[in-house]
Design a protein around this ligand. Structure first.
Ligand code: TXA
Ligand code: MG
Length: 315
């Protein structure tokens, strides 16, 4: 079924086949996941990977996450280890990405992994992406479906906003449940969180029963780049706005309803706040505000990921 936009589709068997055929030809498509929407291509196809970097204007040195249906598929490309198995059992499929050593005979296009000898892999839980991964005989390279350094999309219309009709297929899988990117953890040696996410470091530590590495990593990773997640207008943290054309992102019940106040979660729930963050920032920009001010967000659990994104958005 088509929506009013000719490139946004509801999911059906027919759309699954159409999507698979496109992917099989090295074309790229916009897909929902439980974290944010992604732009997906066959990870084994150089053409597809080139298309992804091009449409996102992504620096070539930033590697992509490779998405799999199950362990059996992932084993073809990466060396799994005990830390991986423990975390997989607890959190997968779900919003966590593992950096592991690449196998010598892996078919993953080296451009996708920025010529590194490691690969970031993820097993997304959204039903639609799982159907596509199950149907395909290749994994999907899939970064967030936004122009590099901009806000990640959390629904099909955000993807359209970013890429217009450059994508011929965008599948509408509703509003993303978590609304913020997966937690990225390096498991190639002593575990280390590279990007905080909905699954917190405390939860991960509990499962791994080990401390994290404190080493500074050389890896260049957009999640670690300073400027990222930008809504396209200045973001200022910890101050109050002073003009009407400035928006104020707040958190918790102590804030009154005010036309230019945008509450991430009235009931003070950090998970809900994460799910609302990008949607609200995109809406504020669309409503014509010139600046975004942000009140203090508690720095615990999902709040750590929220603050990480806000700080980068403010650079
Ligand atoms: O939730 C998500 O992870 C979403 C959905 C679409 O799956 N994807 C996503 O991809 O956020 P992207 O490309 O926007 O972010 C991927 C992050 C970047 O910070 C990248 O540098 C890091 O993963 N990464 C990828 N491969 C890596 C590697 N081999 N070593 C270290 N970091 C890596
Ligand atoms: Mg991204």
């Amino acid at each position: 079924m088509k929506n009013i936009y000719s490139n946004i589709f509801s999911f059906s068997k027919k759309v699954l086949k159409k999507t698979y055929l496109s992917l099989n030809q090295g074309k790229i498509v916009g897909l929902p996941t439980e974290t944010v929407y992604g732009v997906a291509g066959n990870a084994y196809s150089k053409k597809a990977i080139k298309n992804i970097f091009k449409i996102k204007k992504r620096p070539k040195r930033n590697p992509l996450i490779i998405h799999y249906y199950n362990i059996k598929m992932a084993e073809r490309d990466v060396i799994l280890n005990k830390y991986f198995y423990r975390l997989f059992k607890k959190f997968c499929p779900g919003p966590i990405t593992f950096v592991l050593k690449k196998k010598q005979n892996s078919k993953i296009c080296s451009l996708a992994t920025a010529n590194l000898d490691t690969v970031a892999i993820r097993f997304p839980s959204h039903k639609i992406i799982r159907s596509i991964l199950k149907f395909s005989n290749f994994p999907l390279a899939m970064p967030s479906a936004n122009i590099s350094s901009k806000l990640s999309p959390v629904n099909a219309f955000d993807v359209l906003d970013e890429f217009k009709n450059k994508l011929k297929i965008i599948i509408n899988g509703g509003q993303a449940k978590f609304g913020i990117e997966s937690t990225v953890i390096d498991l190639t040696s002593k575990p280390k969180i590279l990007r905080p996410g909905i699954i917190s470091s405390q939860e991960i530590k509990k499962i791994l029963k080990t401390e994290f590495s404190q080493k500074k990593t050389k890896l260049v990773s957009p999640g670690m780049m300073r400027k990222h997640y930008s809504p396209g207008i200045p973001v200022i943290i910890g101050k109050n706005p002073y003009k009407k054309d400035q928006a104020f992102i707040v958190f918790g019940k102590k804030f009154k309803n005010n036309p230019n106040f945008f509450n991430l979660s009235k009931k003070g729930d950090l998970k809900e706040a994460a799910a609302n963050l990008y949607r609200i920032m995109r809406m504020i920009k669309k409503n014509g505000y010139k600046k975004i001010f942000v009140s203090k967000i508690p720095n615990l659990g999902p709040g750590i990921a929220i603050n990480d994104r806000l700080i980068r958005a403010s650079k």
